[in-house]
Design a protein. Structure first.
Length: 136
């Protein structure tokens, strides 16, 4: 199955991330889905449970999107997930995601927009580079 947004031609940049998540996690939450649901749909296609959050209400057929603010998250929204992930979040969002992952004992993966996030381990999978904080 191809990526959701036709014509983006970004699958090669994220294929390693999708494969890594599908191999290692069963239930995930994407923080800050915005206008890019491709990874969530690719994970769903691989049998991973996924829901997404954003501060704005987005609707994508076949994907549960919850309005939530990572700076003051509704903890119960994230129950029973083993991974929080985010694609190209603003650097100021990362500490809030790190905190939430620690509270939940869930891992956190950040596909960076910038090149460094303190405390995360830089990881390579296929052609994709991302940071991971492991709490599980």
């Amino acid at each position: 199955m191809g990526f959701y947004a036709a014509g983006l031609n970004s699958s090669h940049r994220y294929e390693g991330l999708v494969d890594y998540i599908a191999l290692n996690y069963k239930s995930t939450a994407e923080v800050g889905i915005g206008h890019f649901p491709d990874i969530a749909f690719a994970l769903l296609a691989k049998g991973v449970k996924v829901f997404a959050t954003d501060v704005l209400p987005f609707h994508y057929d076949g994907l549960k999107v919850v309005v939530d603010d990572i700076t003051c998250p509704n903890i119960s929204t994230y129950k029973e997930i083993d991974l929080i992930y985010s694609l190209r979040p603003s650097p100021e969002m990362v500490p809030y995601m790190v905190r939430l992952a620690g509270i939940l004992s869930s891992d956190l993966i950040v596909k960076p927009l910038s090149s460094e996030y303190p405390g995360g381990q830089l990881t390579h999978s296929g052609k994709t580079t991302f940071f991971i904080w492991e709490y599980s």
